[in-house]
Write a protein that binds this ligand. Structure first.
Ligand code: EPZ
Length: 418
C-alpha cells in the first residue's frame, strides 16, 4: 500500500487548478444509463471512484471511451441490470444505478452498500422512494432486487435531505408516468448539477436548488454534452492549506457561489479571501482565530470539510467547538491528530472541543476515510518533522494527484509506492 510523506514547516504559495467534482461526476456519469446514444462529459476528474463507476457502467453493457478529462458513454446496448457486490463494495455511490436501471429496464439487482468508516449509511430513503414510485423492492442475500411494470410519479418526503437519495430518485422520476414531488430534497451544488444535466437531456424539473423539486415525467431523453462542475471540497481543502501555512494560493477553475459557507468561515479565522470570476485567492496572515463549526446540509457548512477545518482549529488561538450532525462516526481523524499533539476532547452528541496548541509534531498516521486522509496531509504540512500517512488509497478516491498539486505550491511531499 502506498504511503505519503510530508515534511512540515513550509508556507504554500502559487496557483492550483481545481479538478472536476467527484460528487457531481458520479451521478451525472450514471445518468447516461437513461438515454440511447452517446453522452459526452468534460472535466471528469481522474479518481479511483470515477474508475469504479465507469467499470460498473461498462459491466452493465455501456460502451465507454476516455480521452484526458473527457469521457463518452453510450448505454444504448445495456441489457444487464445487476450491479455486483464486488463492484458496489468498492464504492457505495454505485447505489445510484438503481433509479436509472428501474427507469430504463424496469428491473435492477444492486448489492446493498455496506456501511463505511464514517457511519452506517443506510439506503432506506432510496428504497422507500423507489417503492413510492411503484417499484417492488425485495432484499435478498445482501442484494436489492427491484422491479416495476412502469414507474409512476408520486410525492416523496425525505426525513433527512439525502444527497444521493435525491439524485437516485430524480433519475428514477424523469422517465416515470406523471408528476413526482421530492420534499425536503437535498440542495447541494452536485444535486443541482445533476438536475441541470437531466434538463439538458430533456427532463422537466422545477425547483432545483430548493427543498421541493417537481419532476414531470417524459417518455424519453436525449444524449447530452456537459462539463462537470468544479470540486468545492477539493477547493476548500486547498483554501485551508493556504490559511494553515500562512501562504498565498490562487485557486483556478472554482465556483465561488458553491463555497460561500467555506469562504465565510475561513474569513472568520482571519484568512484574507478574495474571489474574482472562477478564481479564489486565500492569504494566511500569521494569525488563526478559533471559530465554531456545525456541519449541516447545504447551504450549511459541509460535513466533507469538517476534518480539514479541525486541523486549522488545532493550531488556532483558543477553543473551537466542532459539531458533526450528518454522520455518526466522522471523528476518526481525531485520534490521529491527537497523536500529532493536537488537544481535542470528544464529548457526547458528536461534538469535538478543539483547544489550539502552539504547534503539532510529525508522526506515522493512518488514513481512514477520504476527507480524514486529506486532513492528515494538511496536518503534515504544519507539523514539525516528517509525517508518514499510511493507507493513502482513501485519498486517491477523491483527490486527483494531490501530492503533485501540493508540491507545485511549495510543499515537501512525496509518495512511497507500496
Ligand atoms: C453524499 O453522501 C456524498 N457522497 C458524501 O461525500 C457527503 O458527505 C454526503 O452526501 C453529505 O453531504 C456522494 O455524493 C457520492 P446523504 P450520501 O444521503 O448521499 C442519512 C465524500 O467524502 N441517510 O446525504 O451517502 C445518512 O446516514 C463523501 O465525498 C439515511 O438515513 O449522504 C446521513 O446521516 C463522504 N438513509 C444523512 O442521511 C438514506 O437512505 C445524509 O446522508 C440515506 C441517507
Amino acid at each position: 500500500m502506498d504511503k505519503i510523506m510530508v515534511e512540515g514547516g513550509r508556507s504554500l504559495n502559487g496557483e492550483v487548478r481545481i479538478s472536476g467534482s467527484k460528487n457531481a461526476a458520479l451521478p451525472i456519469l450514471v445518468s447516461s444509463l437513461l438515454v440511447d446514444g452517446t453522452c459526452t462529459f468534460h472535466n471528469v476528474p481522474d479518481l479511483r471512484d470515477i474508475k469504479s463507476i465507469l467499470m460498473l457502467l461498462s459491466d452493465l453493457g455501456a460502451k465507454i471511451e476516455s480521452q484526458g478529462t473527457t469521457v463518452q458513454i453510450n448505454a444504448s446496448g445495456i441489457t444487464k441490470y445487476e450491479a455486483s457486490y464486488d463492484l458496489v463494495r468498492k464504492m457505495r455511490a454505485s447505489i445510484l444505478v438503481l433509479g436509472p436501471l428501474l427507469a430504463r429496464l424496469k428491473k435492477a439487482k444492486v448489492s446493498l452498500p455496506g456501511g463505511c468508516a464514517i457511519g452506517e449509511r443506510p439506503v432506506n430513503f432510496h428504497l422507500n422512494g423507489m417503492a413510492r414510485l411503484g417499484a417492488d423492492i425485495e432484499l435478498k442475500h445482501g442484494y436489492i432486487e427491484a422491479s416495476t411494470n412502469g414507474l409512476k410519479g408520486n410525492e416523496i418526503y425525505f426525513d433527512i435531505p439525502s444527497v444521493t437519495g435525491t439524485e437516485n430518485l430524480m433519475m428514477a422520476a424523469v422517465l416515470a408516468d406523471g408528476t413526482t414531488v421530492l420534499r425536503n430534497a437535498a440542495r447541494e451544488p452536485e444535486v443541482c448539477a445533476l438536475a441541470d444535466a437531466l434538463s439538458m437531456m430533456g427532463a422537466k424539473i422545477e425547483g432545483v436548488g430548493t427543498s421541493k423539486i417537481t419532476i414531470e415525467g417524459v417518455t424519453s431523453l436525449q444524449p447530452l454534452t456537459c462539463t462537470i462542475i468544479p470540486d468545492r471540497i477539493e477547493a476548500g481543502t486547498f483554501m485551508v492549506a493556504a490559511a494553515l501555512t500562512h501562504g498565498d494560493i490562487i485557486l483556478n477553475n472554482c465556483e465561488p457561489a458553491h463555497m460561500e459557507n467555506i469562504i465565510h468561515k475561513l474569513k472568520l479565522t482571519g484568512a484574507h479571501v478574495t474571489t474574482e470570476g472562477n478564481a479564489v485567492r486565500v492569504q494566511g496572515n500569521g494569525i488563526i482565530e478559533s471559530i465554531d463549526i456545525k456541519t449541516l446540509p447545504f447551504p450549511g457548512f459541509p460535513t466533507d470539510m469538517q476534518a480539514q477545518f479541525m486541523v486549522l482549529m488545532s493550531v488556532a488561538n483558543g477553543l473551537s467547538v466542532i459539531s458533526e450532525t450528518i454522520f455518526e462516526n466522522r471523528f476518526i481523524h481525531v485520534s490521529e491528530l491527537k497523536r500529532m499533539g493536537a488537544d481535542i476532547t470528544l464529548s457526547a452528541g458528536n461534538v469535538a472541543l478543539v483547544k489550539g496548541v502552539k504547534g503539532i509534531s510529525a508522526a506515522p498516521v493512518m488514513a481512514s476515510d477520504l476527507r480524514a486522509s486529506a486532513s492528515l496531509v494538511l496536518a503534515g504540512l504544519v507539523a514539525k518533522g516528517t509525517t508518514e500517512i499510511n493507507r493513502v488509497y482513501h485519498l486517491d478516491r477523491g483527490y486527483e494527484l494531490i501530492e503533485d498539486k501540493f508540491s507545485k505550491l511549495g510543499a515537501s511531499i512525496w509518495r512511497i509506492k507500496g
